[in-house]
Design a protein around this ligand. Structure first.
Ligand code: 6MZ
Length: 377
């Protein structure tokens, strides 16, 4: 190998390691899209042993690289068959938190669609209880899930978290939950989800998301539930412009939620409006390129928004489905758009401004970043 190539490989390795070490904030991660492939394969094997599926068929689908948008939603239906019983939901929630914590994510908003599944005796509430059970079962890191005014013992202490360079204290991760309304749902089911979010606000549930197959459903169906959430003061994030649905993009911008996901297929007027509204955007590079929302990494709208100083945050979307990680998304920004380490650090730090958690959490996390800066820059 020539020395130039060797030098490049070393530089890439060093940058990748730095991106892992960087303290990060994840604002757009779907629980069932973030499941480890190894777990999906294990669950598929168990179902195959019971004769419910053919393992080899499912294995090929799980391990396939590169997925179109319609393929993703077919796959989610498969994932839900594999994961939707209480114990499995608990297991995947635990593993997903462990995986993000291992990437030095210090604040994580996990979003998931509460599911009714009569055959499994599952209600939206019991599904969420199973998710919370999994999060609380994490031992490898110190998990902070509840608000400071919660009555439980696992409350946020407001003590600033100091970066732990190899000392005996555990790393800490702050977690909040967003309840997703699936675009396949009825108005009444969407309202149930918003009411559940209100009911569970002392248990780490902090916001509402609208997601699901973007070619399914009508904006008018979810609007009453989103309006209800707004009236209740529950923060909202909406998947916007994954496909070029002009009427809906306009309606979403008019609704003006606290954050938007993706914003791929906006026309010039819509870009202008987004920028004037300054709605923070959850950027999902790998996801958008794989599903065709962006033509390539180089042509991804990240560059335009970043250069315009538009509020944004790098996110994974579905780290399992797209074989990515938040560290990898930061690395891709460095490798594709040439951002320096200080610029990447600011990007990670500025995402703090857009979290849905309260001021106490922000204060603690600012301390985390203050210490991280000394270590990383
Ligand atoms: C829109 C998406 C998505 O809720 O079962 N979801 N919705 N666009 C995307 N981009 C690729 N990725 C995931 O996690 C899986 C669900 O999240 C939504 C879909 O509704 C999917 O069924 P949960 O934990």
């Amino acid at each position: 190998m020539d020395t130039e190539m060797e030098r490049k490989m070393l530089a890439e390795k060093e940058m990748r390691e730095w991106c892992v070490a960087l303290s990060k904030v994840e604002l757009h991660a779907h629980l069932n899209g973030s499941v480890r492939n190894s777990t999906l394969l294990e669950l598929a094997k168990q179902l195959a042993d019971k004769g419910h599926i053919v393992f080899e068929d499912v294995k090929d689908v799980i391990m396939k690289n590169g997925r179109s948008l319609p393929e993703c939603f077919k796959l989610f239906d498969l994932f839900h068959i594999l994961t939707t019983d209480h114990d499995t939901v608990t297991r995947i929630a635990k593993e997903v938190v462990e995986d993000f914590a291992a990437e030095n994510v210090v604040y994580l908003e996990i979003r998931t669609t509460p599911k009714n599944n009569e055959a499994k005796g599952m209600t939206k509430r019991s599904y969420m209880n199973a998710v919370i059970k999994g999060i609380k079962a994490v031992e490898a890191v110190d998990v902070v899930l509840f608000d400071s005014n919660s009555r439980t013992n696992d409350t946020l202490t407001c003590t600033p978290t100091i970066e732990l360079d190899g000392d005996t204290k555990k790393k800490r991760i702050y977690i909040r939950l967003l309840l997703s309304i699936d675009r396949r749902e009825t108005t009444s089911a969407a309202l149930d989800t918003v009411n559940l979010a209100l009911e569970m606000k002392d248990q780490g549930v902090i916001g509402i998301d609208l997601s699901g197959n973007p070619v399914v459903g009508e904006w008018e169906t979810y609007l009453p539930a989103l309006q209800h959430a707004k009236e209740l003061g529950i923060p909202i994030t909406i998947h916007c412009g994954e496909v070029a649905n002009r009427k809906e993009i306009q309606a979403v911008l008019d609704f003006c939620p606290q954050r938007l996901g993706h914003v791929c297929c906006l026309n010039d007027l819509e870009w202008k409006k987004l920028k004037s509204l300054m709605i923070p955007v959850e950027i999902c590079l790998t996801s958008n390129v794989m599903t065709g929302g962006a033509p390539s990494l180089e042509l991804h709208h990240f560059a335009d928004l970043y250069n315009a100083k538009h509020p944004l945050s790098l996110c994974t979307d579905d780290s399992g489905l797209f074989s990515t990680s938040l560290s990898n998304e930061y690395y891709l920004v460095a490798a594709t758009f040439g951002l320096s380490k200080p610029q990447l650090f600011r990007l990670a730090q500025e995402a703090l401004q857009f979290i849905f958690a309260d001021g106490n959490v922000k204060k603690s996390l600012k301390e985390v970043f203050r210490h991280a800066e000394k270590r990383l820059i």
